[in-house]
Design a protein around this ligand. Structure first.
Ligand SMILES: Cc1ncc(COP(=O)(O)O)c(C=O)c1O
Length: 451
């Protein structure tokens, strides 16, 4: 992605007192209306990033306009300069929007009673969250291992596969599964892998949506392989495989004695207009990875779901794979409240309907540029990709949209694709605002790139 500063929309971050040094709660300005917390006199957040977090992130922040985000609700994020942004990005986390009231309330309640556990006794909210989630995973995937991030879910799956002797890993080109060392080994991106070589041994990449390539790799690894892939590649640029691909993958895994891990970290929890991407083809993997939306956009949590047979090693020895904060009551409260809110509000059906409408809108707005600036618009549910003819257009449009009040994401493994992952809680006014903003942003991007 090539990023250059927008002509409008840049605003310096103002100074503000350290958190806790300001007025007592309730006595100051309404949250988000005052300056951003975290800075002392004469300092701004970009400087603090430069000094303490990293120059790269600081520079990115400056290029994005230098604002700090301080408040959110529904599809909106508010910046410290008083502007608000429609969040159609968020890397796929915010299907329920920001601060969904039911999730926030459940988390508050958990904080007021028992946020973190001793790990000695049993944790009821973890058990309830596991049952609630398992009611929506494919039949048989009813064992749930909660973790704190998507990459940790991938790690858990890779280790579980090894416990079954499946040490030969097959993954797909442009696939993304996280950046911890094991997960990075199956994330097909040289830029992120090279500085950390050597990674896990015996990892083979095959073409996505290419069952013949997969079969060739599997036939050389009978009863030794684990296959890890996404139902739709998100970071790979919203690549939607042809109908029947996932089912064929599952058949091939069965024929060659391979374990199948489907990574639904980005696609699951309603993002594609079904609870999980595998539902569209009635596929039952051995292991499924869930993250992002499971948090309800409130507390980070991810999970690995597995069949009883596959889960066996983790089930028998509860210390085989653990982490201090995994399955914490506070995160499980968020997950449980999220699943219940999704059931009540029929979020999955809303995502499907809204996705169709939005895809049609984006296609219509992009139509004048097809064959020129825009190569293709594609999507399923609320995961929509706009592929451009040139990489530069992604950065230009992203900044044009920010300058006009809309946030979207680029794709880490596909530099020509801009990704939309909007919440399912947008109203007609927000949709109209998005449409107008996209049209203006495209017009301006096309003019800049022609000039
Ligand atoms: C398909 C997929 N798997 C795994 C991950 C890693 O998740 P996390 O960033 O929570 O570690 C991501 C993140 O974008 C993802 O899209």
């Amino acid at each position: 992605m090539t990023l250059s500063p927008p002509e409008t929309g840049t605003a310096p971050a103002p100074a503000a007192p350290e958190p806790g040094t300001g007025p007592a709660p309730g006595t100051g300005p309404a949250p988000g209306t005052g300056p951003a917390p975290g800075t002392g006199p004469g300092e701004n957040i970009v400087d603090l990033y430069l000094k303490h977090i990293g120059s790269g992130r600081a520079v990115m922040g400056r290029v994005m306009g230098g604002m700090a985000e301080v408040r959110s609700e529904g599809p909106w994020i508010h910046a410290d300069d008083g502007r608000r942004f429609l969040n159609f990005g968020g890397y796929g986390v915010f299907l329920m929007g920001h601060r969904h009231p039911a999730v926030v309330e459940a988390v508050h309640r958990q904080i007021d009673t028992h946020p973190l556990a001793s790990r000695v006794f049993l944790e009821p909210v973890a058990a309830h969250a596991a049952r609630a989630l398992a009611a929506h995973t494919p039949p048989g995937l009813d064992h749930i291992h909660f973790v704190n991030s998507g990459a940790e879910a991938t790690e858990a799956a890779l280790k579980l596969a090894r416990a079954h002797g499946r040490t030969s890993v097959i993954t797909t080109r442009k696939g993304f599964h996280g950046k911890t060392l094991g997960a990075l080994s199956v994330t097909a991106n040289d830029t992120y892998q090279k500085p950390f070589l050597p990674l896990l041994p015996d990892v083979t990449q095959v073409g996505y949506d290419d069952p013949a390539d997969l079969e060739q790799a599997l036939s050389a690894r009978r009863d030794k392989a684990v296959v890890v892939l996404e139902p739709v590649q998100g970071e790979g640029g919203v690549r939607i495989p042809r109908p029947g691909y996932l089912r064929r993958v599952a058949e091939l895994c069965r024929s060659y004695g391979a374990l199948l891990v489907v990574d639904e970290i980005q696609t699951g929890m309603g993002r594609l207009g079904t609870w999980f991407g595998v539902d569209a083809e009635d596929v039952r993997p051995d292991i499924m990875l869930i993250g992002k939306g499971l948090s309800g956009g409130v507390v980070p949590i991810a999970a690995m779901a597995a069949t009883a047979e596959t889960y066996g090693p983790f089930s028998r020895d509860p210390y085989l794979h653990t982490s201090t904060f995994g399955a914490s009551p506070i995160a499980c409260a968020a997950a449980l409240a999220t699943v219940r809110a999704m059931e009540r509000e029929q979020t999955v059906a809303r995502a499907a309907a809204l996705g169709e409408r939005l895809l049609a809108d984006v296609r219509q707005v992009c139509a004048p540029y097809e064959g020129g600036l825009v190569h293709e618009v594609r999507g399923r549910g609320l995961l929509i990709g706009m592929e451009f003819a040139r990489e530069q257009a992604v950065g230009e449009l992203l900044l044009e949209l920010i300058a006009r009040g809309v946030l979207v994401n680029h794709s880490l493994n596909s530099t020509r694709v801009l990704r939309l992952t909007p919440p399912a809680v947008v109203d007609d006014a927000a949709l109209a605002f998005f449409r107008t903003t996209l049209a203006e942003g495209l017009r301006s991007t096309a003019a800049r790139m022609a000039g």
